[in-house]
Design a protein around this ligand. Structure first.
Ligand code: NDP
Length: 479
């Protein structure tokens, strides 16, 4: 046995990860794929990696030093289960199986239980950064036992992205914690992308900027607090000219957004946990709305505002949109971190939220300078109940909010859909409200369903006899 690490599944992600591993000092990488042709071509194309090739899972197990450590990068779902099944038959107690695919965290919890019952370690590790990240340095979110991280940690640190001198990997928590955090990462990514798209829509369709001009605006924004990978690549997309038509590429791309499901998982999970992730949910719904061509065609002649709002001062409007984007982004991240905190509570994970922000600074799609602020906020106040209440963010939003309100009002009066901008503002106003109309909802619930209510001025639970003499009684048990 010569290899200290193995990779199973050599499609684009697995082969890039294997090459990344092989390029680091001290690693010898065993590779195995169900279909031999894939292994063969990887070895032929990259002799420099000096891979240890395995034609069978038995050969693969024999090529690994103990405790054996193998990273699975196969199709999520049944493919992953099949490979885990094979590995558990040839691995021994103490060996470590890592699933680097995009697994649903509840699957990871289930798999961890099954694998650890056999004395092996199972680590669900979220890996972000796509193909490029897998090859040159992803952000890695491993779950699993702290014991397995002792072996795995140094290997993952050697291949992770580096941000400000620190590798973008940390042990997130036990069993499904890593895949949970990766899922929320993707949800935040949906929200961030939608917010940037809404900013584009306002600049294009209300202020009348061309895609190339908006690209310049985004490049400018990328020098300030919005500096991020997503702003940077959006500028590149907007600058791209279609070779066939000579038009901006964005004008010939069909406006129906696809998805692979991690945004939906985030929202479903947040609904179950009772966490309002409205920014992420609106982003998921916006993609769904875009992908309904029949409904959109049927509705395309519905009337808009009779007198759409006009942009009087372009520069001032661009600046307002920038500020609105920043404030909305703070809300989207605040909601995402709330979801992580709620998941940690529900599943008994001890997740350090500041470290999560830290490992997202490099390698992943939502990498941004702004994440340093989140780390600072949780470092200064580890028991912070909501990111938006941290002094830096409170001040930032206070500074942007007039612009934010103007932009949302402008969007509404001009008929430009800004679900993520608008819902983020509504969330902010809801959160800071001293009194919410939830009192009315409680009254309604008590009226039709005797669901009872609590009072602001007394302990206990109450019910008004709505269909009787409308006196109030103290309810003995909650309904
Ligand atoms: P695919 O998701 O396309 O999966 C193909 C690989 O899975 C092949 O190696 C295939 O083997 C193997 N496979 C499928 N079914 C089985 C099975 N039943 N038994 C054994 N092997 C099987 O590969 P990708 O490289 O695109 O993605 C790998 C993982 O990484 C996925 O979980 C995906 O969700 C995730 N991913 C993550 C990204 C990120 O940014 N983090 C980006 C893209 C993917 P064979 O050659 O024999 O068919």
């Amino acid at each position: 046995a010569t290899a200290n690490i193995g990779v199973v599944g050599l499609a684009v992600m697995g082969s890039n990860l294997a090459r990344n591993l092989a390029s680091r000092e001290g690693n010898t990488v065993a590779v195995y794929n169900r279909t031999w042709a894939r292994t063969e071509s990887l070895i032929e194309e990259h002799p420099e990696a000096e891979f240890v090739q395995a034609k069978s899972v038995e050969e693969f197990a024999a090529s690994l030093q103990k405790p054996r450590t193998a990273i699975i990068m196969v199709q999520a779902g049944r493919g992953t289960d099949a490979v885990i099944d094979q590995l558990t038959q040839v691995f021994e107690p103490g060996d470590i199986i890592v699933d680097g695919g995009n697994a649903l965290f509840t699957d990871t919890i289930r798999r961890e239980q099954a694998v650890s019952a056999k004395g092996l370690h199972f680590v669900g590790a979220g890996i972000s950064g796509g193909e490029e990240g897998a090859l040159n340095g992803p952000s890695i979110m491993p779950g699993g036992s702290p014991e397995s991280y002792e072996t795995l940690g140094p290997i993952l640190k050697s291949i992770a992205a580096v941000a400000e001198g620190e590798p973008c990997v940390t042990h997130i928590g036990t069993d499904g914690a890593g895949h949970f955090v990766k899922m929320i990462h993707n949800g935040i990514e949906y929200a961030d992308m939608q917010l940037i798209a809404e900013a584009y829509d306002l600049l294009r369709n209300s202020a009348g900027l061309t895609p190339a001009e908006i690209a310049d605006v985004f490049t400018e924004w990328n020098r300030g607090e919005l500096e991020s990978y997503l702003i940077e690549i959006t500028a590149e997309v907007l600058r791209q000219v279609d070779a066939r038509t000579g038009k901006p590429l964005v004008d010939v791309i069909l406006d129906q957004a696809g998805s692979k499901g991690t945004g939906v998982w985030t929202v479903q999970t947040a609904l179950n946990l009772g966490v309002p992730v409205s920014g992420i949910a609106e982003a998921v719904f916006a993609r769904a709305l875009s992908s309904k061509p029949a409904q959109r065609a049927a509705a395309s002649e519905l009337p808009g505002p009779s007198t759409p709002a006009r942009v009087e001062d372009r520069d001032a409007f661009v600046e307002d949109v920038r500020r609105a984007l920043y404030a909305s982004k703070i809300i989207a991240y605040s909601q995402g971190f709330d979801a992580i905190a709620a998941g940690a509570d529900e599943y008994g994970w001890n997740i350090d939220l500041g470290s999560v922000a830290k490992i997202w600074r490099g390698g992943c799609i939502i990498r941004a300078v702004f994440l340093n602020r989140i780390t600072d906020a949780y470092t200064e106040q580890p028991d912070l109940v909501s990111l938006v209440t941290a002094p830096y963010f409170t001040e930032a939003v206070a500074g942007e909010q007039d612009s934010w309100r103007r932009v949302v009002a402008h969007a509404a009066t001009s008929g430009i859909p800004t679900p993520a901008f608008s819902s983020s503002l509504a969330y902010y106003d809801g959160l800071r409200a001293k009194r919410l109309p939830a009192a009315v909802v409680q009254g309604q619930r008590d009226f039709f369903g005797a669901h009872t209510y609590k009072r602001v001025d007394a302990e206990g639970t109450y019910h008004t006899l709505w269909s009787g003499d409308r006196t109030e009684i103290e309810a003995t048990d909650s309904h």
